[in-house]
Ligand binder design. Structure first.
Ligand SMILES: [Zn+2]
Length: 337
């Protein structure tokens, strides 16, 4: 077990930057024996509340440290650029970027997927999948000693899950649209961008928006290698927090477009099988040059997504075009009309 978490130390260093229109909030304190760890979010850009918001989240699963590091690499770059780049300062007058690099600090300290109570935060929402899941991978209530534990039935959300839900629900109340990118690692050999649903094979109501975003990425980042697709194409799970937040926002006519960046860790393992000597190696590149490459490679995607959030009115389809895009998206991802 580590006594100090490098990712939290890096965040504390970045929080010492004194830049106009940048502030941070401690959303929760997580207890681990005698110690406490903060869950901090950094707010950058417009202080007006009714502007589009881009939310960048990392460290939901404690073993997926590279996700936190991707968020911190972007935050580091953005804060340094803000000290001199006047065009960037102007662009950020009409959008808000919120970075939450370490949602699950105790899981990260102990190198566990779940939090200090052994709960998998992405199985913790109070909702069941609508279609059959693969047990125990899709969430289980049997024991906290196995991964993918949902928490006991009827118990309140874990503190970390509640902190994320409170933040997202506040942003959705304030902003005309919220796009969220939640960075994970560990599935397959490709970098995937997953959108809801995770608990149903039914198409998400905002599928036209995701299809428009796919086209936007193809045109503006033409050599990217991300696969943008519904999460349900790969597996279904109970209690996905993004499904829960998306459905709640949708029922209130708020626009929330969550995306999970699932970095394909199997290729790091393939290039360096010795990684498997440690559990962390299944989820995190070990060789320093490979870590640097991951941190470098994802910056432009994040840049594209916050700018797409800021300018959503320019590309989100409306009216009859929206209907056409909806049908095209169904053909593309679900082979039907
Ligand atoms: Zn994960």
């Amino acid at each position: 077990m580590q006594s100090k978490l490098p990712e939290l130390a890096e965040l504390q260093r970045l929080l010492r930057f004194d830049i106009p229109r940048v502030h941070h909030e401690t959303l929760a304190q997580i207890t681990d024996g005698p110690r406490q760890f903060p869950v901090d979010a950094v707010f950058i850009g417009s202080e007006r509340l009714n502007v589009p918001t881009f939310l960048l989240v990392g460290g939901v699963h404690g073993v997926e440290r590279i996700g936190s590091q991707v968020v911190l690499a972007f935050l580091n770059s953005l804060l340094h650029r803000l000290t001199w780049d006047q065009q960037l300062q102007t662009a950020l007058e009409s959008v808000r970027i919120v970075c939450l690099p370490v949602l699950n600090p105790v899981g990260m300290i102990h190198q566990n997927r779940g939090n200090g109570n052994g709960v998998d935060l992405m199985r913790n929402a109070p909702m069941n999948a609508l279609d059959p899941i693969t047990w125990p991978f899709g969430g289980q209530r049997m024991t906290r000693r196995l991964p993918w534990f949902r928490g006991a039935l009827g118990k309140p959300l874990e503190v970390e899950s509640q902190a994320l839900c409170d933040l997202v629900e506040r942003l959705c109340q304030q902003s005309p649209m919220v796009m969220a990118l939640d960075v994970h690692s560990g599935f397959g050999s490709h970098d995937r961008l997953w959108f809801p649903m995770a608990g149903s094979r039914q198409p998400v109501p905002h599928i036209a928006d995701y299809y428009a975003l796919k086209k936007l990425l193809k045109r503006c980042h033409p050599h990217h290698r991300y696969l943008l697709e519904p999460q349900s194409h790969h597996y279904l799970c109970h209690g996905d927090l993004w499904d829960y937040l998306y459905l709640n926002a949708n029922s209130r006519q708020q626009t929330l477009l969550p995306i999970t960046l699932e970095l394909g860790s199997w290729r790091w393992v393939k290039k360096n099988p010795l990684q498997l000597r440690s559990f962390l190696g299944m989820f995190h590149p070990i060789k320093p040059h490979r870590v640097k490459r991951v941190l470098r490679e994802n910056l432009f995607l994040i840049e594209m997504l916050w700018r797409a959030s800021a300018n959503a009115d320019q590309w989100v389809p409306k009216g009859s075009k929206r209907q056409r895009m909806h049908k095209a998206a169904l053909r593309h991802w679900y082979q039907n009309d």
